[in-house]
Design a protein around this ligand. Structure first.
Ligand code: ATP
Length: 328
């Protein structure tokens, strides 16, 4: 069998561990592997290279993706899809491992309809993919946020300030809730759940009165709409309100893309390795249109349709715990 592998959408720490696992499992099982560069863009342009065992040496600990990633609008068109089919046929590739998010999985479904076997691996720091508790990169990104919160807390307590930290997650609040719960944020504001700035300001004033002189508020980047638009900066809007209302010195930190880099944690390397190995096994067993997920602490296989169609929700219990832990 000839297996192609690509990484698509936003990069995430641990993608390299998954690439390594796919390549080495496939070679062990007697299959050939080809790396497709820059997601679907490289598929259309034929930027495809054979991957041997040594081509994935020394990448396990590196963030990003050695195959690079891109967003490719042309692949959404019938002409683009015809080009992709032609390239796959030219090389005789019959199975594909696609590492990315929902959008990338929609691309996988299209390739499947053209007659190619496809298996998806969830790779996005946002952790917003259905049918898996964790996607590759989420754990590393949350740990990066925790590291930043620790540092900011040092200076926040030295100056009795309020800090508003904006974290990634697009329109989802998974990073904010996970980091808020384990980093001791006073409040977490996410797009999925109604928030009340006035109530948060009142609570901060109460906390100050009982001797808690500094606070950290975590806001998800998508709180006020498109996270890529400067006008929608969540941190500035929240910080402005809280500062005026509490009269306390307030500072803003937008963590931005540093959350996307860094050496992957143990957990991301582990799920990436297990998912990569499983994806190859599925292809060699003739399976298609599947996603490898990690649920109930183990690797499980789902239909791509279900993974795309099911909406994962943030834990209301965890969000409630954030407030209980910080404000009692
Ligand atoms: P992330 O969560 O990091 O954004 P993603 O995989 O959801 O990852 P997208 O930008 O949505 O990221 O999709 C990645 C690529 O997948 C797109 O640039 C495009 O090439 C392809 N793709 C997305 N949606 C479709 C679709 N409906 N049909 C065909 N291809 C698609």
């Amino acid at each position: 069998m000839k297996i192609g592998i690509l990484t698509s959408g936003g990069d995430a720490p641990g993608m390299n561990a998954a690439i390594r696992a796919v390549v080495r499992t496939a070679l062990y099982r007697g299959a050939e592997v080809f790396g497709i560069k820059r997601g679907f863009s490289g598929l259309l342009s034929g930027d495809i290279v054979p991957l041997g065992s040594m081509s994935v040496a020394d990448i396990l600990h590196r963030g990003g993706t050695i195959l690079q990633s891109a967003r490719c609008l042309e692949f959404k068109t019938p002409e683009g899809q015809a080009k992709a089919k032609q390239q796959l046929e030219n090389l005789g590739l019959n199975g594909l491992v696609i590492i990315g998010g929902d959008g990338s999985f929609r691309g996988a479904q299209i390739l499947n309809k053209m007659g190619f076997q496809t298996v998806g691996i969830p790779g996005t720091i946002d952790n917003d993919i259905g049918c898996t508790d964790y996607s590759i990169g989420f754990d590393t990104a949350v740990n990066t946020v925790l590291d930043a919160m620790n540092k900011i807390r040092d200076t926040a307590s030295s100056h009795n300030r309020i800090y508003v930290i904006e974290v990634m997650g697009k329109n989802a609040g998974f990073i904010a809730v996970a980091a808020g719960l384990t980093g001791g944020a006073e409040a977490v504001l996410i797009p999925e759940v109604h928030y009340d700035l006035e109530a948060i300001a009142t609570q901060i004033i109460k906390n100050i009165e009982r001797g808690k002189s500094h606070s950290i508020l975590l806001v998800a980047e998508g709180l006020f709409g498109d996270p890529n638009s400067f006008e929608h900066s969540s941190a500035f809007k929240v910080g402005n309100y809280i500062s005026l209302r509490t009269g306390t010195d307030t500072r803003i930190t937008i963590l931005g893309h540093l959350q996307r880099g860094g050496t992957p944690t143990f957990f991301d390397r582990k799920i990436a390795t297990l998912m990569g190995a499983k994806a190859v096994e599925l292809l060699l067993n003739g399976e298609t249109e599947k996603m490898v997920g990690f649920t109930q602490n183990q690797i499980q296989v789902y239909d791509l349709d279900d993974a795309i169609g099911s909406k994962k929700t943030v834990s209301a219990h965890e969000l409630e715990l954030v407030s209980i832990m910080a404000n009692i």
